[in-house]
Design a protein around this ligand. Structure first.
Ligand SMILES: Cc1cc2nc3c(=O)[nH]c(=O)nc-3n(C[C@H](O)[C@H](O)[C@H](O)COP(=O)(O)O)c2cc1C
Length: 375
């Protein structure tokens, strides 16, 4: 795969290194790709959804080790990239060398900016570039970006035509079913993508006006699978391992994307449901997740950002409210580990001995500092 951009305009102040080829761990010749995104093999069919504030490098890398088959970044503004990208943009476009394939997701409403942003980030080495056409947040979709693009399929066609000519990596898109119930134009949108060089479509089976309410319409995913030759990733309301199989059966999609069902539950990528994983096993993983966050963001920021993950990891447990409250207010790693131990003791009385990782654990993990200083 050509991983260097030919464009002189790819100079950018964002400097990050990402994997340059298929990691050794996936090179086992017995391991067959489940599907291809043009010339990029994908070795599994359950994928962590891009989620702003959640699918950052620390959590993505954890989920990838648990089996998530593609690594989508949080969505990144094309405008921010073109303006040079601040620290937050840099963080969102960082990837671990073990992640494969890495998908950089961008959003915007302006064709020229999207193309320029894609050119610049291609130089950072993603395997795929994805266009967000699903964000329903008003300040984004209302300006014609995210799901706002769905209102203009011919513009989508123009964007894909320009993007696929501008970069050498495959260009993909993540869509919703349409703007609202009256304009469910998903077949038209997918056709515009396919005719203009897209290599995959991921479908969150709701309209923009539905937001996250109502049921995802898996029939519509099946209709798209039948209508296109592109690989289709199905998404929406997959929470359990049984749901993964059910969506695949129901729609014939190439892979299933899991969002909220994977929050605080990377084990879904191992084919295990929340209740099947004892907290004694969860605690060291939570500690490792936090360690990666501290490596990546620095300890102070990690202590704040980890709170939302803690809330997800502890969801559904009763009798630990006091410990939960203390966990989201911790100010040191020692205190964090002590409280995880206390939760384990409360949930598994008499058997709670939790081995929490020390600094030497997880040799494969490369801290951000090692990744960003190379360029
Ligand atoms: C907190 C949060 C942030 C999200 N951020 C993004 C994003 O950056 N890009 C994107 O394409 N979708 C984003 N989504 C949508 C998810 O990728 C997914 O389509 C949606 O949650 C439906 O899947 P689920 O039912 O498995 O959660 C986000 C969803 C949530 C809940």
């Amino acid at each position: 795969m050509n991983r260097t951009s030919n464009h002189p305009s790819t100079q950018t102040s964002i400097r990050i290194s990402t994997p340059t080829s298929i990691p050794q761990s996936l090179r086992d010749p017995a391991r067959q790709p489940v599907f291809w995104v043009r010339d990029v093999p994908v070795f599994g069919d359950v994928i962590l959804a891009p989620m702003a504030g959640f699918s950052d490098l620390p959590y993505r890398s954890l989920c990838q080790e648990f089996g998530s088959a593609m690594s989508y970044t949080e969505f990144v503004s094309a405008e921010a990239i073109v303006q040079g990208g601040g620290e937050r943009t840099r963080q969102m476009l960082a990837a671990n060398p073990q992640e494969y394939p890495v998908v950089f997701q961008i959003f915007g409403n302006d064709e020229t900016l999207l193309v320029e942003a894609a050119r610049r980030i291609e130089a950072l080495g993603p395997h795929i570039i994805d266009v967000n056409m699903g964000c329903s947040v008003r300040k984004i979709s209302g300006k014609g970006a995210g799901a706002g693009l769905l209102r203009d399929p011919s513009k989508i066609g123009r964007i894909f035509r320009a993007l696929t000519r501008a970069v050498s990596v495959p260009v993909t898109g993540k869509i919703r079913l349409g703007w609202d119930e009256e304009s469910r134009n998903y077949l038209e949108v997918v056709r515009a993508m396919e005719e203009n060089g897209a290599s995959l479509v991921a479908v969150h089976a709701r309209t923009k006006s539905q937001g996250y309410s109502g049921q995802a319409d898996w029939d519509a995913i099946g209709e798209i699978v039948a209508a296109t030759r592109l690989p289709v990733i199905g998404n929406g309301d997959v929470v359990t391992v049984a749901d993964v199989a059910r969506m695949k059966r129901h729609t014939g999609c190439a892979a299933v994307m899991v969002g909220r069902g994977a929050m605080g539950h990377p084990w879904i990528f191992q084919g295990r449901d929340r209740h099947q994983v004892p907290f004694l096993e969860k605690a060291p993983v939570i500690a490792e997740h936090f360690r990666r966050m501290a490596d990546f963001y620095g300890q102070d920021m990690a202590l704040i950002l980890v709170r939302k993950h803690i809330a997800r990891y502890l969801k559904g447990y009763s009798g630990i409210r006091d410990l939960h409250q203390r966990l989201v207010q911790v100010s040191s790693v020692a205190e964090f580990h002590g409280l995880l131990q206390a939760v384990a003791e409360r949930l598994h009385p008499g058997e709670a001995s939790v081995a929490l990782p020390g600094d030497g654990g997880q040799a494969q993990w490369k801290p951000l500092a090692a990744q960003t200083r190379r360029a």
